[in-house]
Design a protein. Structure first.
Length: 210
């Protein structure tokens, strides 16, 4: 199974894909956003990071790359899916100094479809499973309740229309140079997700990672 660097606009379906990679193939899922959110508040350094994230700014490249590098060293031999890193060309070049043998998958989605997915997205507050109220295949059996653990399903504070548009535009502006970089290295696979269910997208991904 190949290591993956995964890209996708907000609500493209990256979270569900990573969930399936972990469940079915025991991938190590490294989300830099999650790693940052999970840092405790015990040091001034960590508190500064939490402030940066709260403002929606990017953490500096050196701190972010070190965090990823340190985390990679703690992992077993299972394959890795990197989610949220690299976020710019500088980070991509740093990554190449300590991680190789990966492919890059970009989950493409049109802005309209992504917005609809963002507005319908709910996540279990206990186990993190992702649902979508507007999708027949991703609806919970009982509204507001997780099928797996019975936890409450909650929306994300940034999944409103205004915040979605900001995040989508920032993402589109930043991702182009990265995708060009990986395309030139022949590492890039593009999967369009507009008309597809998470299972259909996952089947396409399975074809490229094996
Ligand atoms: P995410 O969950 O990927 O949207 O990340 C949440 C926040 O964590 C971002 O808005 C940044 O503040 C920070 N972050 C995550 N990944 C990176 C990265 N590769 N470089 C810099 N900051 C990052």
């Amino acid at each position: 199974m190949k290591n993956i660097v995964i890209y996708g606009a907000p609500a493209a379906g990256k979270g569900s894909i990573c969930e399936k990679l972990v469940e079915k193939y025991k991938y190590n899922h490294i989300s830099t956003g999650n790693l940052f959110r999970n840092l405790d508040d015990s040091t001034e350094f960590n508190r500064k990071i939490h402030e940066t994230i709260a403002k929606g700014n990017l953490v500096d490249d050196e701190t972010t790359s070190k965090l990823v590098q340190n985390h990679l060293e703690t992992l077993d031999n299972n394959p890795i899916v990197l989610d949220g890193f690299p976020r710019n060309l500088n980070q991509a070049k740093i990554l190449d100094t300590f991680f190789d043998n990966y492919i890059v998958i970009n989950i493409e989605v049109s802005e309209m479809v992504a917005l609809e997915r963002a507005l319908g997205r709910v996540t279990c507050s206990k186990c993190g499973k992702i649902y979508n109220k507007y999708s027949e295949s991703m609806k919970p059996l009982k509204e507001g309740i997780c099928d797996v653990c019975g936890g409450d399903l909650v929306g994300r504070s940034d999944d409103n229309e205004e915040s979605f548009k900001t995040r989508y535009n920032i993402y589109m502006n930043n991702v182009e140079s990265l995708l060009n970089y990986y395309s030139e290295k022949n590492l890039l696979f593009i999967i369009n997700s507009d008309q597809k269910s998470p299972n259909e997208i996952f089947e396409e991904i399975e074809k490229v990672i094996k």
